[in-house]
Ligand binder design. Structure first.
Ligand code: AGP
Length: 608
């Protein structure tokens, strides 16, 4: 969480940093700040609130300098205040830095330094790092940073400037993402590579235990002992336009609308003639695939729900022993993980700390690991190696939408491929599902055509006290994701339950102010779900049904119906989730919520 930007070069310093921070705002948006060095003096400006407020202050004060760094904050240690906003400057005004992560032994360092008479000015853990650097700095930045890396514990991406080192920005990374970029005569660093796309697509993703010096002439990389090493750059295949909102009022709405294309791109090159082939990406022999006895899916949030979806689809394809685990739990339970395990990690950002740590654990236990991520070169991708990259393009809205559909597309392909390689998938099923997958983009486009109706529905229900989402079988995972979307962006309480489970407790909550969104596709579980709808109606809950086109009977139960196109039963989650994304979006809009940057959330959760 938190977004960092640094720039050295001939462009307008504050503009590059403020534009870069605006692109990082999804990572944290409670306060922001900028620091520059000018004539061997450090100047900083901070404010609570958004980057736009910082930009206003910068303009009012004609704030500028020779090179600089900036930060947008998601508070961890210390409340939201100007005093706690970054950048932080050492008491002797010789060092300034911004930080993403948590310094775990900050209290101890602070106590030591205070005993040496150093005065602290904030409640943050970060300040311990800058005060320590000020304390040990004797004109050699590398030596000071090496000492700092030995003194601090925890996670950090640090971007540092020293008052007497003109046009030099230093960075260090352990556990929090950081990318360095270079163009002719200029150098950059950022938490998120999309902030650099306007200037360069040639970047270096920093590794853990790595530091670098960024100057106009180039970048030099060092380990935490201070020894230099060569590092290969990576060319990003995203372009700057992909990270703009276009004519949409919110990134989330744009990203919802991108889903037909995203599914089509995810299928591209992976299916042909009704068959799936992932052999170009996955260098696994049949014997190896047959050798795995267990499949563990590990992820967080929406990515976790993508794995819950995948597990239910895969159960129908082959004889898999599957677990789906939330990453923050996986690490701390006594789950048998060994060389017979295929552990699949799913992460849009590829930077989620919980998922990353879970992957490290599985690797250390000898499991074969695979990551499905939207960010090529992200930390999880680099560490795990085996990867399926989802080509969804940058997702900016904090609420994940298009990456969910990209993930489930990749996961269905993976399930089909594994089942096929194990000799468990018959040709007809493969053909039927691959053909149906190829029809999904068109079907999603027709769901998106219902946008106006869904908006009207959302208007009718925007004042509800909360919502239940129910579904059975393959209608349950999209219910989970629909409830999460609503919680995240409208701040309404929403819960998803397997429809048949409601009567075992949650039904006690139902009344006329608590609507039930029922996912009721026309399949073998239709009648059972309708019985659960009736149970809810008997408690006076208004019903919103997501039903299959041509299902005339559903009108006997409710007037609030979103009709969706028919698809193969296994693929209903694709069709079921999109109306729920739109429903959450319009409810939040109706309630005047900050849709792309919901309170308390950050897009990429890099702390445990
Ligand atoms: C989704 O809308 C959320 N923003 C959140 O649950 C997210 O899916 C989760 O933090 C995992 O992120 P990742 O996919 O980048 O690992």
């Amino acid at each position: 969480m938190c977004g960092i930007m640094g720039y050295v070069g001939a462009r307008d310093i504050t503009k590059v940093i403020l534009d870069g921070l605006a692109k990082h705002e999804y990572r944290g948006y409670d306060s922001a700040g900028i620091a520059v060095v000018k004539d061997r003096e450090i100047h900083e400006l901070r404010t609570t609130g958004r980057v736009s407020q910082l930009a206003k202050k910068v303009a009012e004060e004609h704030f500028t300098g020779e090179f600089g760094i900036g930060h947008t904050r998601w508070a961890t240690h210390g409340g939201v205040s100007e005093m706690n906003a970054h950048p932080h400057v050492s008491s002797d005004n010789r060092v300034v830095l911004v930080h993403n992560g948590i310094i775990e032994n900050a209290r101890e360092i602070r106590a030591d330094l205070e005993a040496h008479g150093i005065k602290f000015h904030s409640e943050t853990d970060t300040e311990s790092a800058v005060q320590y650097l000020g304390y040990v700095y004797e004109g050699d930045p590398k030596a000071a940073i090496v000492k700092l890396t030995k003194r601090v514990r925890g996670a950090f991406a640090l971007v540092i400037m020293f008052y007497d080192r003109p046009n030099e920005i230093w960075v260090a990374r352990k556990g929090s993402p950081l990318v360095v970029g270079r163009a002719d005569g200029e150098g950059f660093c950022a938490s998120d590579p999309t902030a650099l796309l306007e200037y360069t697509r040639d970047v270096w993703f920093m590794d853990d235990d790595e530091m670098a010096k960024i100057t106009k002439e180039g970048c030099i990389f060092y380990d935490f002992h201070g020894d230099a090493h060569e590092k290969k750059s990576m060319h990003l295949d995203w372009d700057a336009a992909m990270a703009t909102r276009g004519s949409y009022p919110h990134f989330m709405l744009k990203e919802i609308h991108e889903q037909p294309d995203v599914v089509a791109h995810t299928l591209l090159g992976r299916v042909a003639d009704g068959a799936v082939d992932l052999s170009k990406e996955l260098d696994w022999s049949e014997a190896k695939i047959k050798g795995w006895k267990k499949i563990h899916f590990v992820a967080c949030g929406t990515s976790h729900y993508a794995t819950v979806t995948a597990a239910r689809i895969m159960e129908t394809l082959g004889d898999f022993e599957i677990r789906t685990e939330v990453a923050s739990e996986y690490r701390y339970r006594n789950i048998p993980i060994d060389k017979d395990t295929l552990a699949i990690f799913v992460s849009q950002s590829g930077e989620t700390a919980d998922t990353l740590h879970a992957a490290r654990l599985a690797k250390s236990r000898g499991a074969e690991c695979l990551v499905i991520t939207n960010v090529r070169g992200s930390t999880i991708h680099r560490e795990v190696g085996n990867a399926i990259i989802t080509p969804a393009g940058p997702e900016v809205g904090v609420a994940a939408t298009k990456t969910f559909t990209a993930q489930i597309t990749a996961l269905v392909l993976l399930g089909l491929y594994l089942a096929k390689m194990r000799g468990e998938l018959d040709k007809d099923t493969e053909h039927r599902l691959v053909t149906a997958l190829m029809d999904i983009p068109g079907k999603l486009a027709s769901v998106l055509d219902k946008e106006k109706d869904i908006e009207m529905l959302a208007r009718d229900f925007a004042d509800a006290r909360g919502f239940f989402f129910i579904g059975r079988g393959l209608a349950y995972p999209p219910a989970l994701e629909g409830a999460l979307k609503l919680k995240e962006i409208s701040y309404l309480h929403a819960e998803a339950y397997p429809a048949g489970e409601m009567k075992h407790g949650p039904i006690a909550l139902l009344d006329k102010e608590l609507p039930v969104v029922a996912l009721v596709p026309k399949n073998g579980l239709w009648e059972k779900t309708v019985s659960n709808i009736e149970e809810s109606m008997a408690r006076k809950s208004p019903i919103i049904a997501v039903a299959t086109e041509g299902d005339d009977e559903i009108a006997n139960y409710t007037d609030h119906i979103i009709f969706t196109p028919e698809t193969e039963p296994e693929l209903f989650p694709f069709i079921g989730v999109v109306p729920l994304q739109l429903f959450a979006y319009y409810i939040a809009r109706q309630r005047g919520c900050d849709i792309d940057m919901p309170r308390n959330l950050a897009k990429s959760v890099t702390v445990e």
